[in-house]
Design a protein around this ligand. Structure first.
Ligand SMILES: [Zn+2]
Length: 260
């Protein structure tokens, strides 16, 4: 079933239980494309291997801020140059994690990854928790950078600031939760052409579901967003797909094996 053609713009396939079956269930509901994130060198390699093997799967090469080691920039650059790699991610800053805590070099790693993104001409998929001002300041240092703020949980004022930098905003299952009317409000107030959707699977289970997040549950988020925007699901899917193709130029109308 090709309809409705949604794109899960941020998923961790290497952390997902039974990824093949999970992708199959999502495809059956009309999620046709998936951008597999890399959080370090090894998982970035895994993301690219998944993209080469899986229908509609694309890769990102990145270095998560909660790593306790520096990025292998040579490897990330090599992976970024491959046809199926559409983004640099997951990258960003995190000063909240109670288990690992911030690493002093986080900002330097993020800066290196932004420079790499500009060098190779790819957008960034950005993680931020507890440090939106620092993320904003650092992105502003990199004129011309394209990207998406993943797993949006911030308010309208922050949305406007990141939109002004040219960034997209990606909504995840958290917006389905009764307590997050604030996130749903942001959906209604930002330009629809900057909206993306994601699961962040296996994390971020939506309202009424239990167990690890599934890519098929992108539909839970999509239905809420469609309703907020007064669109049919198919209309939202067309909008979101166009947005994803605008931000990730390498993710275009699927072309048989030639792009692998
Ligand atoms: Zn993630």
């Amino acid at each position: 079933m090709a309809e409705p053609g949604l794109v899960d713009t941020h998923i961790h396939l290497d952390a997902l239980p039974e990824p093949e079956q999970a992708l199959g269930r999502a495809r059956a509901l009309g999620v046709t494309d998936f951008i597999a994130m890399g959080v370090d060198g090894e998982s970035s390699r895994h993301a690219l291997a998944s993209a080469r093997n899986g229908e509609g799967v694309w890769a990102a090469a990145g270095h998560h801020p909660l790593n306790q080691h520096a990025p292998d920039l040579g490897l990330l650059r090599e992976l970024a140059g491959q046809p199926r790699t559409v983004a640099i991610g997951e990258v960003g800053l995190d000063h909240v994690d109670e288990h690992r805590g911030p690493h002093a070099a986080q900002a330097e790693w993020f800066r290196c990854c932004c420079r790499l993104a500009l060098e190779v001409g790819l957008p960034v998929s950005i993680h931020t928790r507890g440090c939106e001002q620092a993320v904003y300041d650092l992105l502003r240092e990199h004129a011309g950078i394209a990207g998406v703020m993943h797993y949006w949980t911030l308010d309208q004022a922050w949305a406007e600031r990141f939109l002004e930098l040219g960034l997209y905003i990606s909504f995840a299952g958290i917006l389905t939760r009764a307590s997050r009317a604030d996130v749903r409000e942001v959906v209604k107030r930002i330009p629809p052409e900057r909206i993306l959707l994601e699961t962040d699977a296996p994390w971020g289970t939506p309202r009424g579901r239990s167990g690890p997040m599934q890519p098929a549950w992108l539909l839970d988020t999509a239905r809420v967003v469609a309703q907020l925007l007064g669109l049919e699901l198919a209309e939202l899917a067309a909008r979101e797909r166009a947005n994803a193709q605008a931000l990730f130029p390498k993710l275009r109308a699927r072309q048989p094996a030639d792009t692998r």
